[in-house]
Design a protein around this ligand. Structure first.
Ligand code: DQA
Length: 142
C-alpha cells in the first residue's frame, strides 16, 4: 500500500484562526481529515506532522527514507528561504510535492520565490484546502 507523509511547517497549526481572509477557516485538523477521507478512496495510507521548527522538519524528511513513497509539504515561510529543507529533500531522493493554500505568486514579492520548488516534482499553490487534495492525487499518480 502506498504511504504518503504530509508535512506542515510553521504557523500552520494556527489555521482556522490565522489570517482567515487568506488561508480560510478550516483548521489543520479539518484539512487532515479531508485528506484522510480522499486517501481511503484511493487506498493510500497517509500520515501527518506539523512543526514550527526547521530542524524537526529536516529530521522528519530524513526519517521518511524507506518509510514513505512520497512527501507532500507545505513549508510555510520556510518555502522562501530554507536552503536546509531544500538540501534535505534533495538528499533523501523521495518524490516531494510542494503545496500552498494561497497563491504565493499573487501576494508580496518575497513570497513569489520558492527555494524548495526546484527540488520538488511539482508545486500546487492557490487552491485553499483543495491544494492538499490535489497534491494527494498527484502523489497517488506518481
Ligand atoms: C503558505 C504561504 C507562505 O508564504 C506562508 O508563509 C505560509 C503559508 C500557504 O500555504 O499559502 O505560512 O505556505
Amino acid at each position: 500500500m502506498k504511504k504518503i507523509l504530509f508535512i506542515n511547517g510553521p504557523n500552520l497549526n494556527l489555521l482556522g484562526e490565522r489570517e482567515k481572509g487568506i488561508y480560510g477557516s478550516s483548521t489543520l485538523e479539518d484539512i487532515n481529515m479531508l485528506v484522510c477521507r480522499e486517501a481511503e478512496k484511493l487506498d493510500i495510507l497517509v500520515e501527518f506532522m506539523q512543526s514550527n521548527h526547521e530542524g524537526d522538519i529536516i529530521d522528519k524528511i530524513h526519517e521518511a527514507r524507506g518509510r514513505y513513497h512520497a512527501i507532500v509539504i507545505n513549508p510555510g515561510a520556510f518555502t522562501h528561504y530554507s536552503i536546509a529543507i531544500r538540501d534535505a529533500i534533495k538528499a533523501v531522493e523521495l518524490p516531494v510535492i510542494e503545496v500552498h493554500l494561497s497563491n504565493i505568486y499573487a501576494r508580496e514579492e518575497f513570497r513569489s520565490k520558492s527555494v524548495i520548488a526546484p527540488v520538488c516534482i511539482g508545486q500546487i499553490s492557490g487552491f485553499g484546502v483543495d491544494s492538499y487534495v490535489l497534491a494527494l492525487y498527484a502523489a497517488a499518480g506518481l
